[in-house]
Design a binder for this molecule. Structure first.
Ligand code: HH2
Length: 281
């Protein structure tokens, strides 16, 4: 998949997207990288650790988080993206659902748009993606961050996420976004109970069959804390690796993680053990 001057090679190995939250309040690592220079250094370090993409976000979407005005979001991510684009060779994605932020981020050197609302958050976003020709992550979310964890209900969560993806890809196509630009993401933790998250992970191949590259963001999330009893999100690395291995085996194409070095190493092992098996069917 083309991403500006970059190419994302899906299907050969699992790609790793490193999370760079330039926020004071992210559920994990919030406040660590609000300083522009520190954030850029962390991005450079993630590339050295083997990240294939660096995802820069300026608004927390953790459960209960409040929206951030576009100007503030842009102030947070703009300088980091601009600085990072000069320093790294890997593509940069911008985690935003605001069209204005996305457009300026692209001008400053971002290559991919990661939209947790799947183009529903801002009526202009589909046009920005279409005009840019860049890849877009369409993520599933039930409700909105402020209220999404209040008793989410599904008949069959996997079937509903699948239908949602088909509907959003069709809506994107109407605005001129080609299927070759689309990456899908089940949105673990976004309007999902503990059981819904596990169901989505176990039945991931059903989403992979839609034919679009599949990104999953499981890193340090609370369902891992519930399974392991580790309450401190920054200490959920072992659980994150275990889930990542299952995701590789269940055909995820890209993992969105905080702990890049660990994810790169473990994905290499998981790829070696599963990809040859995939190749036979
Ligand atoms: N999860 C988060 C944010 N953005 N984007 C995609 N595509 N998929 C995800 O699962 C996803 C995402 C939430 O995690 P994080 O960025 O670590 O925290 P916060 O939203 O609190 O900044």
């Amino acid at each position: 998949m083309k991403a500006g001057r970059h190419t994302l090679r899906f299907g050969e190995r699992t790609l790793i997207m490193g999370i760079l939250n330039v926020t004071p309040d992210s559920f994990s690592d919030g406040g660590r990288f609000v300083d522009t220079d520190r954030a850029i250094e962390r991005g450079v370090e993630m590339e050295r650790e083997g990240a294939d993409v660096i995802d820069v976000g300026g608004e927390s979407t953790r459960p209960g988080a409040s929206p951030v005005p576009e100007e503030a979001e842009l102030r947070r991510v703009g300088a980091v993206i601009e600085g990072l684009a000069r320093r790294v060779e890997v593509p940069i994605s911008v985690d935003t659902y605001h069209a204005k932020v996305a457009r300026e981020a692209l001008d400053l050197g971002a290559d991919i748009i990661n939209d947790v609302t799947a183009l529903r958050g801002d009526p202009e976003m589909a046009n920005v993606v279409a005009d840019s020709g860049r890849p877009v992550v369409l993520m599933h979310m039930l409700g909105e961050p402020r209220f999404m964890q209040r008793d989410p209900v599904y008949g069959d969560v996997v079937a509903e996420v699948r239908r949602f993806m088909e509907e959003r890809v069709a809506a994107a196509a109407k605005a001129g976004v080609g299927p070759h630009q689309v990456i899908i993401d089940p949105g673990l933790g976004f309007g999902k109970t503990f059981e819904h998250n596990l169901e989505l992970i176990k039945r991931l191949p059903e989403l992979s069959r839609l034919g679009y590259p599949l990104l999953v963001g499981h890193s340090r999330k609370s369902f891992i804390g519930r399974l392991t009893g580790v309450n401190d999100a920054d200490r959920r690395i072992a659980g994150t690796i275990a889930v990542g291995t299952m995701l590789v085996s269940n055909r995820a194409d890209m993992l969105r993680v905080h702990d890049v070095r660990e994810a790169v190493e473990s994905a290499k092992v998981a790829d070696a053990l599963t990809r040859s098996v995939h190749g036979q069917d």
